[in-house]
Design a protein. Structure first.
Length: 213
């Protein structure tokens, strides 16, 4: 199992062009871990392939990624007391996780916001309702200029959330809005998205090592 410094070493060995992202990546992981310990949650958003990345990121945080994240004995005992047969089998399969929500995962809500309010608010409206000071918003935009993502990041900062951007070369408007910017050196959308995957996998691995080792 790759952990901690070895995980960063593996990232830079396989993707040397992303080495400049390591300081921001480590800082982002520390902030996400601190958010969890404080009882906060992570929100994620993006368009198209970046929406899929938002869902993917959340999936790695809510359940086990590389580690099993076994529940504490006290939690297991309380669950098994509900029904020793059924929960005796199910409880050991539950995993620890971080509260995380993809703002792209609600078609009824996002289309209602786009139709009834403004398409630029499809993520900002959700940040306004779900976000609390100390929470984290992870914003994906390969150009850094996706209007609905920039609006979400601006509103998040106004509400006291920490903002982490995954962008392409230059970072666009999003880079000027977010606290931490993890930028691929590429400009082509597909190539930027290819770089985002190992970056957020490394982020999830660092957070998991910190919280669930």
């Amino acid at each position: 199992m790759i952990a901690g410094p070895a995980l960063i070493g593996e990232l830079t060995r396989r993707h040397p062009h992303l080495a400049s992202c390591v300081p921001g990546l480590e800082r982002a992981a520390a902030l996400v871990s601190a958010c969890h310990r404080a009882g906060g949650q992570l929100l994620a958003c993006g368009n198209g392939g970046s929406a899929a990345d938002s869902d993917h990121l959340v999936g790695e945080l809510v359940k086990g990624f590389r580690r099993p994240r076994t529940l504490a004995d006290e939690q297991l005992q309380r669950l098994c007391a509900l029904d020793p047969v059924r929960w005796g089998a199910l409880a050991p399969k539950l995993q620890g996780g971080m509260r995380a929500l993809s703002l792209c995962a609600h078609a009824a809500l996002t289309t209602a916001i786009a139709n009834d309010q403004d398409p630029r608010l499809v993520f900002a409206q959700q940040v306004h309702v779900h976000g609390r000071p100390g929470d984290v918003l992870v914003a994906f935009s390969t150009s850094g200029n996706s209007e609905n993502v920039v609006c979400a990041a601006e509103l998040a900062r106004a509400r006291g959330l920490t903002t982490i951007a995954f962008t392409g070369a230059g970072g666009g408007r999003l880079a000027a809005t977010c606290d931490i910017v993890l930028s691929s050196p590429e400009r082509d959308t597909a190539m930027v998205q290819e770089d985002h995957l190992p970056l957020y996998h490394a982020l999830c691995g660092l957070v998991e090592d910190d919280l669930f080792a």
